[in-house]
Design a protein around this ligand. Structure first.
Ligand SMILES: *Cc1c(COP(=O)(O)O)cnc(C)c1O
Length: 366
């Protein structure tokens, strides 16, 4: 594991995991709890699994202070399936869903929702005209909607809601927290449903967390089992074979987070890491952030030099220096550093040192 410590993975997802968790997986892999089998081989109907799933749910409830009137689901299909599954289950009265258009993932959510038969996806606020470099302003919302959809952290554009706008609380609120869940101390009770793919700030791909208010289930139509929240709730997310390995690793990450002091402590560390990088960007004559200061994300931080060639060189040289996956999303270019919970402060310090070196070589005086 020694060599691992020299590499820092800044990928937006699949993303860095706490090294302690990876070590535990390695140690426990040949014989999970002295069963003589690895976690990948045990039955999902055995108490070995049901115990670990119960513990994972209990720890997640503790971490996010999830009230008893919310159910927790461990599903598959990623955030992308939730774009449609939310609509199938919740868009049942007006069949209209209001979207805050804050970037790429909000748009994908709208597209998938609009493909659910009979459902209309309506933009209630947008920052498209600002090229999504800031969050949309929420004006009083008119019309009737079954729910509103908010992308809480915009992974590609690098914006996040530090507070949930009061204007969104008029209707049930669905929050896509894929890239910020457990990284910032949001109140679950501000939302009626929260979903997040695990592969960004939790664990391996193949697991999607859904947290939903129990009363939402009342009006859900009869759907094929895998697409039905009530049926998934009734079978405790195990109506077919669940992603056992991914749930196991997520459970280890939850325990790691509790040992770190929980979400409030992570938020503090994430603020410290993000401030270090934003300060470097602000002080630099070479790098700049395209994002409005007030809306900047803690977990996904894009920056550019202004020259596509220099950006490319930065990505190549940083990789050679052990700073991996700093290339920005193909739709926006430049660089992006994802500073999830598992990224240590030393990783950001190394990145900042590297940026200063790069600026001395390529950007003139600093
Ligand atoms: C990555 C991402 C998605 C898509 O997630 P998948 O799990 O790959 O389907 C959706 N929303 C946001 C905000 C994301 O960052």
């Amino acid at each position: 594991m020694g060599s691992l410590q020299r590499i820092y993975n800044f990928s937006a997802g699949p993303a860095i995991l706490p090294v302690e968790v990876v070590k535990t997986v390695q140690e426990e892999l040949p014989s999970y709890r002295r069963s003589g089998m690895s976690i990948m081989e045990i039955s999902h109907r055995s108490s070995l699994f049901t115990d670990l799933q119960e513990a994972a749910e209990a720890d997640l409830r503790k971490l996010m202070q999830i009230p008893d009137n919310y159910d927790v689901l461990f599903l598959q299909g990623g955030g992308t399936l939730q774009f449609a599954m939310t609509a199938m289950n919740l868009a049942v009265k007006t069949k209209k869903v209001g979207f805050v258009d804050s970037g790429h993932w909000a748009q994908r959510a709208m597209e998938e929702t609009a493909l659910v038969k009979g459902t209309k996806a309506v933009v209630v606020a947008s920052s498209k005209d600002q090229k999504y470099t800031q969050l949309p302003t929420i004006k009083p919302i008119s019309g009737q909607f079954d729910y509103l959809h908010l992308t809480v952290n915009n992974t590609i554009e690098g914006t996040m809601y530090h507070q949930i706008p009061a204007g969104l609380k008029k209707f049930p609120l669905v929050g896509d927290m894929s890239s910020i869940i457990l990284g910032y101390n949001y109140q679950v009770t501000d939302f009626d449903l929260i979903y997040a793919g695990a592969q960004k700030n939790i664990g391996p791909a193949g697991l999607t967390i859904v947290i939903l208010k129990h009363e939402l289930l009342q009006d859900a139509p009869d759907l094929p089992a895998m697409l039905s929240y009530p049926k998934q709730v009734q079978k405790h997310s195990a109506l077919n074979t669940p992603p056992v390995f991914a749930i196991y690793v997520a459970g280890l990450v939850f325990k790691w987070l509790l040992a770190q002091g929980g979400v409030a402590a992570m938020q503090e560390k994430n603020e410290q890491k993000a401030q270090l990088l934003y300060a470097e960007i602000e002080n630099s004559k070479l790098f700049r952030s395209p994002v409005a200061v007030k809306d900047r994300s803690l977990t996904n931080i894009p920056f550019v030099t202004g020259s596509a060639e220099l950006d490319q060189q930065f990505v190549a040289e940083s990789q050679a220096a052990g700073l991996l996956n700093l290339k920005g999303h193909r739709s926006v270019g430049g660089m992006r550093a994802s500073l999830y919970n598992a990224m240590p402060l030393t990783g950001v310090e190394r990145l900042v040192e590297f940026m200063q070196e790069f600026e001395r070589q390529h950007g003139g005086q600093n």
